[in-house]
Ligand binder design. Structure first.
Ligand SMILES: CC(=O)Nc1ccn([C@H]2C[C@H](O)[C@@H](CO)O2)c(=O)n1
Length: 114
């Protein structure tokens, strides 16, 4: 079976593998993912695979609607999150929140508390 790919900047890899980061906010070019879909996750910089995730939900959001809950799910402060998004996507306001669960190598939910 082949899965679609998503990449994350390498600085987020440890948070994803520790289940501290359970959403990602992307622009319209990555709004095509579907709930239930399993994605192969690689580092943006070197395309090195590091895990699979299952997409739980893909929800449109305006930049101004980002809140503390999103920041917690990103393991950042809201100020940090907004700054990261403005740096990656300068001038953009319409995004999607991709809520995901990390899977273990057998394809099962990896977190012990879920
Ligand atoms: C190619 C590309 O856009 N890659 C991205 C985009 C976003 N992220 C991270 C940064 C923040 O934690 C959230 C919100 O954008 O997602 C990323 O790692 N790689």
């Amino acid at each position: 079976m082949s899965y679609r790919n998503i990449t994350f900047f390498s600085r987020f890899e440890s948070d994803i593998l520790a289940d501290r980061k359970t959403i990602t906010i992307r622009d319209q070019s990555e709004s095509h993912f579907q709930p239930g879909e399993i994605l192969t996750v690689a580092r943006n910089e070197d395309d090195q695979y590091f895990c699979h995730i299952r997409v739980n939900a893909v929800t449109p959001i305006h930049f101004d609607a980002l809140n503390e809950q999103h920041a917690v799910q990103e393991n950042m402060t809201l100020e940090e999150l907004k700054s990261v998004i403005q740096t990656i996507y300068p001038g953009q306001n319409e995004f999607v929140v991709i809520d995901f669960t990390r899977l273990d190598v057998t394809g099962n939910v990896a977190a012990t508390n879920s």
